[in-house]
Each structure stands twice: as C-alpha cells, then as structure tokens.
Design a binder for this molecule. Sequence first.
Ligand code: SAH
Ligand code: SF4
Ligand code: F3S
Length: 440
Amino acid sequence: MKKLYIETYGCQMNFADSEVVASVLVSHSYIPVAYADEADLILINTCSISDNAEKRVLARTRELQSLKKRNGNLKIGIIGCMAERMQQELFEKLEGVDLLAGPDSYRNLPQLLAQLDAEERVSDVLLSTSETYEDIDPLRFQSNYISAFVSIMRGCNNFCSYCVVPYTRGRERSRPVESILKETLDLQEKGYKEVTFLGQNVNSYDYSDSEGKQWRFPDLLGHIAKQIPSMRVRYATSHPKDISEELIEVMAAQDNICNSLHLPLQSGSTVVLDKMNRKYTREDYLKKVEMIKSKIPDIAISTDVIAGFCGETEEDHKLTLSAMKEVDYYYAFMFKYSERPGTLAAKKFDDDVPDEVKGRRLQEIIELQQNMSLEHNKRDLGKTFEVLIEGYSKKSELQLFGRTPQNKVVVFDKGNAKPSETVKVIIEDCTAATLMGRLV
Ligand code: SAH
Ligand code: SF4
Ligand code: F3S
C-alpha cells in the first residue's frame, strides 16, 4: 500500500472531486493519510479563481517540495483548475512537481502514476464533454459522516467575463439522475443526515433518461428530496438569470429542502452586470428576490460580490451596497476583482480600478455585510430552530454546534444531545457569525 495525502483548495466542487480522486486511487493500492510528511504521493487540488488563490498554492507547493529531501520516492502532483489553466508553466515554476492532471483526467491517475516509473514528468489536462464520474463512488475520507456533497453536473457554459471556470472546467454536462439518486440513497443508508447537490450552475441541469423523460433541476431536486424525507437537502450554486418560480415552489413544498439559498449578485449596477456578462439587471435580480421571499418568508439568502471590476465607478459601487441592503443577505463571499488571463474581461476591458480603491470598496462591502449579518442574527433571538448537530464546539467539549435550515451556525450546551441528531434550540444570544442557544 502506498500512502496518499490530498490537500484541497477552492470551491465545494473541488472538495467533492478530491473524494473522487481518493476513490480512484484507493482501488489502485493507495491509502489516504492525514499528514503530508507520511505520504508517498501528495496531490494538491487547486483553484484558479484569483491571482491570490494561485499564489497561495505556489507557495504551499514550494514548501511541500522540501519533503522530497527526506523521502526520495515522494511524488507530487498538481491537479484541478491550476493544472488545467497553467499546464506546462507549472512544471517550469515548480521543479518538484511530477504530475499534472486536469479536472476531467482523474480516472487516468493510476495510468499517469504508472508512467512516472519510466518518465520524469507526466500530464493529462484534456477536458471532456461527457465525463461526470457517474460510476465512481466518492471516498469520503475527510467526512463528518453527517453531511456530504454530491456533484450533479460539471463545467460551465456561462462565460461571465471575469471568470476562469469555463476554461478550467470545460463545458456543462449533467450526471444521470439514476446515479445521483443511488449515491444519495447510499448516503442515507450509511446514516448521513444532509446532502448538498453541487454544480457551477445547478439551474442548467438537463438530463434525458432511457425512457426519454427530460429532467431539469426542479424535477431532480423534488424527486430526490421526496425519496429521502429524513435527510436535509441543500444545493449550490444558482445563477440568478435561471432561478425559476418552479424551483422555489419545489423548495417551498418539500419540508426537507432547507430554506437557504446562495444567489451570487456580483454587482448591484446594471452597467457593470452587463460588462460582466451576467445576463440580468439589478431590477431582474431584486424582482427574483422578492418572488423568492414571498414564497418562502423565512428564507436566508447569501451571495458573492466582486469589488472593483473593470470600469466600476463610485456610483456603481454604491449601487452594490444598496442592492446588498435591499436583499438583506445573512452571509456573503466578498472578492476584490482579479484579472484572469484568457477571460473575456482580460481581452476586452482595462483592469482600471486602482488597487487601493478596490481594497477600500471591498472593505466597505465587508463592513456592511458584518453589520447586516449581526442584524440578521439579532432577528433570530427568541426563535426556535431545528438544528442538525455537526459536532463539538471548538471552544468547549461541553458545547455542540450545528446548523439551522437557514444554514446559520448555532452553539449550545450539549445536555443529552449528540452529533448527527436534530434538536430544537431556542436562540438567546448572537454575534455576526454565530447564534448561541439552549436546547428546548
Ligand atoms: N458558479 C458560481 C461561482 C463560482 S466562482 C456562480 O456563478 O455563482 C465563485 C465566485 O468567485 C464568483 O461568484 C465570483 O464572485 C468570484 N470570482 C470569480 N472570478 C473572479 C475574479 N476574476 N476576481 C474576483 N472574484 C472572482
Ligand atoms: Fe464563473 Fe459565471 Fe460560470 Fe459562475 S456562472 S462559474 S461565475 S462563468
Ligand atoms: Fe476555483 Fe476551480 Fe472551483 S477555479 S472556485 S476550484 S471550479
């Protein structure tokens, strides 16, 4: 048996992919280990979303390369989005790297590793139009055995002008509904209590089964949620241009689909949204949010926002702040625009907002979100929520933490409760990041 250490960066899809990679290699005589210095093979599953994300991985790989001094047989591979975007450039930058594999090449890892016996460096960065890893049972090697990701589609066809993902992940393709259902039922049998369906844009899910029935995302979500009434169901990510009344009605009708939604805004200015190629206006977005809140009043919405995109004026920035206030997000991922080589924005627009202006705008966005998160949480004081317990609190063994259906973290004294149970908790205190409560 050879020892495999995987380190994962980037989005949830990457974490789900690492479980596919582990599964592929475990059936070829590898076992996962928890520490890099024990490994015979180190794989770094990487993210290209921003220049910073890439720099972090380059620095970390340089650090890991030094382990080769102690273990002459150690092999290091870069997999995922950076392998796809940078290809041979990575070999030039990192002398200790032996292997590159793009997101659609994971089935080929055993062959690539075998080739390494004869060749100094190997790579496979071919993208596929059909690979969904549908028949691979992911090895959940870092799981809490309570909640799991299930990938339902791969790739992205949206080409938002700032974004590298369509280039690193290739074209959209949907995994067969039968294989998604099988994996989910299997999780239920193993005692998991929550599943999150993953795709870059789940609303594009489109699959025709052997009887010719076409499945879109609302069909898939409703169908599977009904088969696993005892499990919570979540999903990410929805593109605002595609989110439909039908989908929201499925969420409202099915109790176990959680009332939380990640709906990336990116910018509150229609002019900027147009340059971003997002295909919705500020008004379209706000109208959809109104529709969603009218059908699911207790929904909590989170978002992604980019500060300082090409040509963004002070006025545009203020429109982002006001849209954020209007939606009242409970949480946000906030980014400073980072030009990505090869994207439409890199080709067409000047990255002309000075870095200190981007930084200041991002800071204003972060401060606004901090305040909104706190206010959002304060409104939960005195309310009782169903909380799925995920584990013990980091601060004290006497406390547990879990999540409300709205996806907020709650900490409370453990009483007789245990991880993986769902309990009722009344909220008594909060910070911007956490609710504090008491078992009912
Ligand atoms: N598929 C998801 C997002 C995937 S990338 C969606 O469409 O919503 C996650 C987030 O990274 C994006 O929503 C965006 O806010 C941010 N992002 C993507 N490219 C970026 C760039 N070049 N600079 C800064 N942030 C970026
Ligand atoms: Fe990137 Fe846009 Fe696709 Fe999301 S929808 S992955 S932001 S191109
Ligand atoms: Fe990063 Fe690739 Fe995900 S670029 S955000 S790991 S799809």
